[in-house]
Ligand binder design. Structure first.
Ligand SMILES: Nc1nc2c(ncn2[C@@H]2O[C@H](COP(=O)(O)OP(=O)(O)OP(=O)(O)O)[C@@H](O)[C@H]2O)c(=O)[nH]1
Ligand SMILES: [Mg+2]
Length: 279
Protein backbone atom coordinates (compact mmCIF):
# COMPACT_ATOMS: atom_id res chain seq x y z
CA UNK A 1 0.00 0.00 0.00
CA UNK A 2 2.75 2.35 1.01
CA UNK A 3 4.50 1.48 -2.21
CA UNK A 4 1.42 2.32 -4.29
CA UNK A 5 0.97 5.68 -2.54
CA UNK A 6 4.64 6.53 -3.14
CA UNK A 7 4.22 5.52 -6.78
CA UNK A 8 1.14 7.73 -7.23
CA UNK A 9 2.90 10.70 -5.58
CA UNK A 10 5.90 10.18 -7.83
CA UNK A 11 3.72 10.08 -10.96
CA UNK A 12 1.70 13.11 -9.87
CA UNK A 13 4.79 15.15 -9.01
CA UNK A 14 6.33 14.14 -12.37
CA UNK A 15 3.19 15.34 -14.15
CA UNK A 16 3.17 18.51 -12.05
CA UNK A 17 6.81 19.21 -12.94
CA UNK A 18 6.01 18.76 -16.62
CA UNK A 19 2.98 21.06 -16.36
CA UNK A 20 5.06 23.68 -14.53
CA UNK A 21 7.93 23.28 -17.03
CA UNK A 22 5.69 23.67 -20.04
CA UNK A 23 3.97 26.66 -18.41
CA UNK A 24 7.34 28.43 -17.99
CA UNK A 25 8.44 27.38 -21.45
CA UNK A 26 5.31 28.93 -22.93
CA UNK A 27 5.93 32.09 -20.96
CA UNK A 28 9.50 32.20 -22.27
CA UNK A 29 8.29 31.69 -25.84
CA UNK A 30 5.67 34.43 -25.41
CA UNK A 31 8.31 36.79 -24.11
CA UNK A 32 10.63 35.95 -26.99
CA UNK A 33 7.85 36.47 -29.50
CA UNK A 34 7.05 39.82 -27.89
CA UNK A 35 10.70 40.87 -28.09
CA UNK A 36 10.93 39.80 -31.73
CA UNK A 37 7.76 41.73 -32.55
CA UNK A 38 9.19 44.79 -30.79
CA UNK A 39 12.42 44.46 -32.73
CA UNK A 40 10.53 44.10 -36.00
CA UNK A 41 8.40 47.15 -35.21
CA UNK A 42 11.46 49.10 -34.11
CA UNK A 43 13.02 48.70 -37.53
CA UNK A 44 9.87 49.45 -39.48
CA UNK A 45 8.10 52.10 -37.39
CA UNK A 46 9.26 55.57 -36.39
CA UNK A 47 9.48 56.92 -32.86
CA UNK A 48 6.15 56.32 -31.10
CA UNK A 49 4.24 59.10 -29.35
CA UNK A 50 1.29 58.63 -26.97
CA UNK A 51 -1.84 57.70 -28.93
CA UNK A 52 -3.56 61.07 -28.35
CA UNK A 53 -0.44 62.97 -29.52
CA UNK A 54 1.02 63.85 -32.90
CA UNK A 55 4.51 63.86 -34.37
CA UNK A 56 6.33 65.80 -37.05
CA UNK A 57 9.76 64.63 -38.23
CA UNK A 58 11.41 67.59 -39.93
CA UNK A 59 14.42 67.48 -42.22
CA UNK A 60 16.19 70.85 -42.20
CA UNK A 61 18.75 71.67 -44.87
CA UNK A 62 20.71 74.77 -45.80
CA UNK A 63 24.13 76.27 -46.44
CA UNK A 64 26.56 76.57 -43.55
CA UNK A 65 25.76 79.66 -41.50
CA UNK A 66 22.28 80.16 -42.96
CA UNK A 67 20.80 79.70 -39.48
CA UNK A 68 19.75 76.05 -39.15
CA UNK A 69 20.79 75.72 -35.51
CA UNK A 70 19.24 79.12 -34.70
CA UNK A 71 16.01 77.97 -36.39
CA UNK A 72 15.88 74.83 -34.23
CA UNK A 73 16.70 76.75 -31.09
CA UNK A 74 13.87 79.20 -31.82
CA UNK A 75 11.26 76.63 -32.87
CA UNK A 76 11.91 74.19 -30.06
CA UNK A 77 13.04 76.74 -27.48
CA UNK A 78 15.91 74.30 -27.03
CA UNK A 79 19.02 75.77 -25.43
CA UNK A 80 21.07 72.75 -26.47
CA UNK A 81 20.81 73.77 -30.13
CA UNK A 82 23.54 76.38 -29.82
CA UNK A 83 24.20 78.63 -32.84
CA UNK A 84 27.38 79.96 -31.20
CA UNK A 85 29.04 76.70 -32.17
CA UNK A 86 29.15 75.54 -35.76
CA UNK A 87 27.38 72.22 -36.11
CA UNK A 88 29.85 69.40 -36.72
CA UNK A 89 27.65 66.32 -36.93
CA UNK A 90 24.12 65.11 -37.43
CA UNK A 91 22.10 65.88 -34.31
CA UNK A 92 18.46 65.19 -33.61
CA UNK A 93 16.60 67.58 -31.34
CA UNK A 94 13.05 67.31 -30.15
CA UNK A 95 10.52 69.50 -28.46
CA UNK A 96 6.86 69.40 -27.58
CA UNK A 97 4.03 71.88 -28.17
CA UNK A 98 0.37 72.17 -27.22
CA UNK A 99 -1.98 74.16 -29.42
CA UNK A 100 -2.87 77.58 -27.93
CA UNK A 101 -6.52 76.64 -27.76
CA UNK A 102 -5.70 73.67 -25.58
CA UNK A 103 -2.94 75.44 -23.66
CA UNK A 104 -5.40 77.25 -21.42
CA UNK A 105 -6.88 74.08 -20.20
CA UNK A 106 -4.02 71.67 -19.84
CA UNK A 107 -5.54 68.32 -19.09
CA UNK A 108 -4.53 64.78 -19.80
CA UNK A 109 -6.81 64.88 -22.85
CA UNK A 110 -4.71 67.57 -24.60
CA UNK A 111 -2.98 66.69 -27.82
CA UNK A 112 0.74 67.33 -27.65
CA UNK A 113 2.78 67.86 -30.81
CA UNK A 114 6.23 66.33 -30.87
CA UNK A 115 8.67 67.94 -33.28
CA UNK A 116 11.81 66.03 -34.22
CA UNK A 117 14.35 68.07 -36.19
CA UNK A 118 17.66 66.94 -37.62
CA UNK A 119 20.50 69.43 -37.74
CA UNK A 120 23.71 68.88 -39.68
CA UNK A 121 26.70 70.83 -40.87
CA UNK A 122 25.72 72.84 -43.93
CA UNK A 123 27.52 72.36 -47.27
CA UNK A 124 27.91 68.65 -46.70
CA UNK A 125 25.02 66.99 -48.42
CA UNK A 126 26.98 63.72 -48.52
CA UNK A 127 27.06 63.78 -44.73
CA UNK A 128 23.32 64.39 -44.62
CA UNK A 129 22.71 61.32 -46.75
CA UNK A 130 25.08 59.04 -44.84
CA UNK A 131 23.61 60.20 -41.50
CA UNK A 132 20.15 59.49 -42.89
CA UNK A 133 21.27 55.96 -43.75
CA UNK A 134 22.63 55.45 -40.21
CA UNK A 135 19.19 56.43 -38.90
CA UNK A 136 17.68 53.52 -40.83
CA UNK A 137 19.60 51.13 -38.55
CA UNK A 138 18.29 52.72 -35.34
CA UNK A 139 15.10 51.25 -33.88
CA UNK A 140 12.19 53.71 -33.71
CA UNK A 141 14.19 56.47 -35.38
CA UNK A 142 12.21 59.68 -35.93
CA UNK A 143 13.94 59.70 -39.32
CA UNK A 144 12.99 56.19 -40.38
CA UNK A 145 12.53 55.98 -44.16
CA UNK A 146 8.97 56.93 -45.26
CA UNK A 147 8.22 58.76 -42.01
CA UNK A 148 9.60 62.25 -42.63
CA UNK A 149 6.70 64.70 -42.70
CA UNK A 150 8.31 68.08 -43.29
CA UNK A 151 11.23 69.52 -45.18
CA UNK A 152 12.71 72.96 -44.52
CA UNK A 153 15.10 74.69 -46.92
CA UNK A 154 16.83 77.44 -45.05
CA UNK A 155 18.33 80.30 -47.06
CA UNK A 156 19.47 83.72 -45.90
CA UNK A 157 19.69 87.26 -47.24
CA UNK A 158 23.18 87.91 -45.87
CA UNK A 159 26.09 85.58 -45.14
CA UNK A 160 27.04 84.88 -41.51
CA UNK A 161 29.98 86.69 -39.87
CA UNK A 162 33.24 85.38 -41.41
CA UNK A 163 34.64 83.99 -38.17
CA UNK A 164 32.77 82.41 -35.35
CA UNK A 165 33.95 85.03 -32.84
CA UNK A 166 33.19 88.04 -35.09
CA UNK A 167 30.44 90.39 -33.99
CA UNK A 168 26.95 89.84 -35.41
CA UNK A 169 26.17 91.74 -38.60
CA UNK A 170 24.41 95.09 -38.33
CA UNK A 171 21.32 95.86 -40.45
CA UNK A 172 22.08 96.54 -44.11
CA UNK A 173 20.27 98.45 -46.83
CA UNK A 174 20.66 95.68 -49.39
CA UNK A 175 20.61 91.92 -49.44
CA UNK A 176 23.73 90.14 -50.70
CA UNK A 177 22.96 88.95 -54.21
CA UNK A 178 26.09 86.75 -54.28
CA UNK A 179 24.76 84.88 -51.23
CA UNK A 180 21.40 84.41 -52.98
CA UNK A 181 23.22 82.97 -56.01
CA UNK A 182 25.19 80.64 -53.73
CA UNK A 183 21.94 79.20 -52.32
CA UNK A 184 20.63 78.63 -55.84
CA UNK A 185 23.87 76.94 -56.82
CA UNK A 186 23.87 74.75 -53.70
CA UNK A 187 20.31 73.68 -54.46
CA UNK A 188 20.88 72.77 -58.08
CA UNK A 189 18.59 70.18 -59.62
CA UNK A 190 20.89 67.28 -58.69
CA UNK A 191 21.04 68.30 -55.02
CA UNK A 192 17.27 68.83 -54.88
CA UNK A 193 16.70 65.42 -56.45
CA UNK A 194 19.01 63.85 -53.85
CA UNK A 195 17.11 65.39 -50.93
CA UNK A 196 13.65 64.65 -52.31
CA UNK A 197 14.90 61.12 -53.04
CA UNK A 198 15.08 60.55 -49.27
CA UNK A 199 11.38 61.37 -48.94
CA UNK A 200 8.13 59.72 -49.85
CA UNK A 201 4.42 60.55 -50.07
CA UNK A 202 4.50 60.81 -46.25
CA UNK A 203 5.96 64.29 -46.88
CA UNK A 204 3.20 66.74 -45.96
CA UNK A 205 4.87 70.13 -45.74
CA UNK A 206 7.76 71.90 -47.44
CA UNK A 207 8.94 75.40 -46.63
CA UNK A 208 11.57 77.71 -48.07
CA UNK A 209 12.42 79.88 -45.08
CA UNK A 210 14.23 83.09 -46.06
CA UNK A 211 16.16 83.92 -42.93
CA UNK A 212 17.78 87.02 -41.39
CA UNK A 213 15.10 89.51 -42.44
CA UNK A 214 15.90 91.34 -39.18
CA UNK A 215 19.13 92.43 -40.89
CA UNK A 216 17.26 94.36 -43.58
CA UNK A 217 17.20 98.03 -42.57
CA UNK A 218 14.33 99.11 -44.80
CA UNK A 219 11.37 96.85 -44.39
CA UNK A 220 8.30 97.82 -46.37
CA UNK A 221 5.76 95.56 -48.00
CA UNK A 222 7.41 96.21 -51.35
CA UNK A 223 10.91 95.54 -50.02
CA UNK A 224 9.75 92.29 -48.38
CA UNK A 225 8.23 91.21 -51.69
CA UNK A 226 11.56 91.83 -53.41
CA UNK A 227 13.41 89.69 -50.80
CA UNK A 228 11.12 86.83 -51.75
CA UNK A 229 11.35 87.48 -55.48
CA UNK A 230 15.11 86.94 -55.60
CA UNK A 231 14.38 83.33 -54.61
CA UNK A 232 11.59 82.84 -57.18
CA UNK A 233 13.64 80.61 -59.45
CA UNK A 234 14.69 78.33 -56.55
CA UNK A 235 11.11 78.29 -55.18
CA UNK A 236 9.81 77.10 -58.52
CA UNK A 237 12.33 74.27 -58.69
CA UNK A 238 11.38 73.19 -55.17
CA UNK A 239 7.64 73.54 -55.83
CA UNK A 240 7.91 71.24 -58.86
CA UNK A 241 9.19 68.44 -56.62
CA UNK A 242 6.68 68.78 -53.79
CA UNK A 243 3.96 66.53 -55.21
CA UNK A 244 0.94 66.73 -52.93
CA UNK A 245 2.86 68.36 -50.07
CA UNK A 246 1.95 71.94 -49.16
CA UNK A 247 4.70 74.42 -50.11
CA UNK A 248 5.24 77.84 -48.47
CA UNK A 249 7.81 80.57 -48.89
CA UNK A 250 8.25 82.40 -45.58
CA UNK A 251 10.35 85.48 -44.86
CA UNK A 252 11.52 85.61 -41.27
CA UNK A 253 14.22 85.60 -38.68
CA UNK A 254 15.32 82.68 -36.58
CA UNK A 255 17.14 85.12 -34.35
CA UNK A 256 14.35 87.50 -33.37
CA UNK A 257 11.51 85.06 -34.03
CA UNK A 258 9.85 86.87 -36.98
CA UNK A 259 7.41 84.42 -38.66
CA UNK A 260 8.50 81.54 -36.45
CA UNK A 261 4.92 81.39 -35.12
CA UNK A 262 3.73 80.69 -38.70
CA UNK A 263 6.23 77.84 -38.99
CA UNK A 264 5.13 76.45 -35.64
CA UNK A 265 1.43 76.56 -36.57
CA UNK A 266 2.11 74.80 -39.88
CA UNK A 267 4.29 72.18 -38.22
CA UNK A 268 1.45 71.41 -35.84
CA UNK A 269 -1.11 71.32 -38.66
CA UNK A 270 0.96 68.82 -40.63
CA UNK A 271 1.80 66.55 -37.69
CA UNK A 272 0.59 62.95 -37.78
CA UNK A 273 -0.52 60.50 -35.14
CA UNK A 274 0.63 56.88 -34.78
CA UNK A 275 -2.72 55.80 -36.19
CA UNK A 276 -2.19 57.79 -39.40
CA UNK A 277 0.54 55.32 -40.25
CA UNK A 278 -1.03 53.14 -42.88
CA UNK A 279 1.66 50.49 -43.21
N1 LIG B 1 20.80 88.64 -37.45
C1 LIG B 1 20.56 87.33 -37.58
N2 LIG B 1 21.56 86.45 -37.42
C2 LIG B 1 21.25 85.14 -37.54
C3 LIG B 1 19.96 84.66 -37.81
N3 LIG B 1 20.00 83.31 -37.87
C4 LIG B 1 21.27 82.96 -37.62
N4 LIG B 1 22.02 84.05 -37.42
C5 LIG B 1 23.47 84.09 -37.13
O1 LIG B 1 24.16 83.45 -38.19
C6 LIG B 1 25.24 82.67 -37.69
C7 LIG B 1 25.08 81.23 -38.12
O2 LIG B 1 23.89 80.69 -37.52
P1 LIG B 1 23.71 79.13 -37.23
O3 LIG B 1 22.36 78.97 -36.69
O4 LIG B 1 24.86 78.61 -36.48
O5 LIG B 1 23.81 78.57 -38.72
P2 LIG B 1 23.94 77.04 -39.19
O6 LIG B 1 23.18 76.94 -40.47
O7 LIG B 1 23.52 76.15 -38.10
O8 LIG B 1 25.49 76.90 -39.47
P3 LIG B 1 26.38 75.52 -39.56
O9 LIG B 1 26.17 74.77 -38.30
O10 LIG B 1 27.78 76.05 -39.71
O11 LIG B 1 25.94 74.78 -40.77
C8 LIG B 1 25.24 82.88 -36.16
O12 LIG B 1 26.13 83.91 -35.87
C9 LIG B 1 23.80 83.31 -35.86
O13 LIG B 1 23.72 84.13 -34.72
C10 LIG B 1 18.92 85.63 -37.99
O14 LIG B 1 17.74 85.32 -38.24
N5 LIG B 1 19.28 86.94 -37.86
MG1 LIG C 1 24.50 74.64 -37.12
Amino acid sequence: MEFIITLIIAILSGVATKVVDSFFEKQKMDEMEKKLEELKNGFTLPVQVPSKDKRNSVLLVGLGGSGKTSFISSLLANGQANPDERTEKFEIYHGMRRSNKENKNVSSECTSYWFYIADYKGQKIGQLISSFLVQQKRPYSPFAYTYINSLVFLVDLLPPPKNQNDKDLTPQNKLDIERVKLHSKEWNDTALDAVFGLLTSELKYVVLFINKVDLMANRTEKADESYKQVFDELSERIRKRCGKAQFDVILGSAKNGTSMNIVETKMMAYSVSNNDISR
